[in-house]
Ligand binder design. Structure first.
Ligand SMILES: *Cc1c(COP(=O)(O)O)cnc(C)c1O
Length: 365
């Protein structure tokens, strides 16, 4: 049996450090907005190469609060990928703005800068490229387009901790980066957690107020904020895990290279394309299948875990029925949803397991 992802193995590898971190917090008597959060924020900002990191409750609220801090709301448009996890769209909806979907570059599944340019209107206030599956989007042309028009760019970095674009870290490529530290992400807590990286002092300050009931000083409320704080326990766990992030991403790279090498010649699946400027961190290893049912049946028979990211594109979800985006509205997103398949990958998968997955995929021809 080959699991899709082994989170327990991730804990066990670092059990001593994580247990010590949890005990340190329990013993401190201070559980919300303390030393651990401040230290993690400094360490993660240094890792990404930004001036600030602000720890928040989760990835969705990280996206949402940045849009809110930029005063984006009803009547405004936010450009999002047509093919992404629905959280990217939900963040725009949560502030009352309209998500404007743009189709990806077919080869990478990430936002196509030319299509972004065509989708900009006078109402466009922000663009949210997603570094889907751990592969950075083509950021420079998108940021250049946005700068020329006074539009903000927010990276959705929930799947790309540590990825690089032309040598620079994801999360430091635009006006702000929204991270999720959900347990299954490349850097994951043992619960919900999120954060925003930015060089913008004003944005960081506003996020610190928004996450804490709109308050900078206890019982003095400057605006109607929310409760979305990274907690001390999760911050301490993330601090224990951050020093291993690069090594764990390297293990994913080794496995991804093996897949690329061995699946390249299999003609019923299409392996991912990696542009020359991208250094992906392989949050997911996805292939596109000519006959996905056959491949998943073969994986099931071999007791190999698999998932589909994502089976229903956001524009087909009931949550977005009101946008009336019917079948054929975003054919590339629809094609990706119909053909994509995620194979096991993670810092605790082995080369032997990857070879067994490849054998099962090949046999499904
Ligand atoms: C996981 C994820 C999110 C949301 O993060 P949560 O912490 O689960 O709220 C947002 N965007 C993308 C692309 C994700 O994969």
């Amino acid at each position: 049996m080959i699991p899709f992802l082994d989170l327990r193995a991730a804990y066990l590898e670092q059990k001593d450090a994580i247990d010590a971190a949890m005990a340190r917090v329990a013993d401190s008597g201070w559980y919300i907005l303390g030393k651990e959060v401040a230290a993690f924020e400094a360490e993660f900002a240094a890792y990404c190469g930004t001036k600030h990191c602000v720890g928040l409750g989760n990835g969705l609220e990280a996206l949402e609060l940045v849009l809110r801090a930029w005063d984006i709301g009803p009547g405004d448009e936010v450009i999002v990928p047509s093919s992404t996890y629905i959280a990217t769209w939900l963040a725009a909806s949560a502030v009352g703005a309209t998500p404007v979907p743009v189709e990806p570059d077919v080869r990478t599944a990430n936002l196509d800068p030319d299509r972004v340019a065509a989708a900009i209107t006078p109402r466009t206030k922000a663009i949210v490229p997603v570094h889907l599956y751990g592969q950075p989007s083509d950021m420079d042309p998108i940021v250049a387009l946005a700068r020329a028009r006074g539009i903000k760019v927010l990276e959705d970095v929930a799947q790309a901790h540590g990825a690089r674009y032309n040598g620079r870290r994801a999360g430091a490529l635009a006006d702000a980066g929204a991270f999720s530290f959900f347990p299954s992400k490349n850097l994951g807590a043992l619960g919900d957690a999120g954060g925003v990286t930015t060089d913008d002092d004003k944005l960081a300050d506003r996020l610190r107020i928004l996450r804490n009931y709109g308050s900078r000083v206890k019982y003095v409320n400057l605006e109607a904020g929310v409760n979305s704080r990274l907690d001390e326990m999760q911050a301490a766990i993330l601090r224990a895990k951050l020093p291993l992030l690069d090594a764990w991403n390297d293990r994913r790279r080794v496995l991804a290279s093996r897949y690329l090498e061995r699946l390249g010649s299999v003609d019923h699946v299409e392996a991912p394309h990696v542009p020359q400027w991208a250094d992906p961190v392989w949050h997911l290893f996805t292939v596109r299948c000519h006959d996905r049912k056959r491949v998943t049946a073969a994986l099931d028979a071999a007791r190999i875990g698999w998932l589909i990211h994502y089976p229903i594109p956001p524009h087909f979800q009931d949550a977005y029925r009101h946008l009336a985006l019917g079948k054929g509205a975003f054919p590339l997103a629809e094609r990706i949803a119909d053909t994509t398949l995620s194979l096991p990958i993670g810092p605790h998968a082995t080369v032997a397991q990857i070879d067994a997955v490849v054998a099962a995929v090949r046999a499904a021809a």
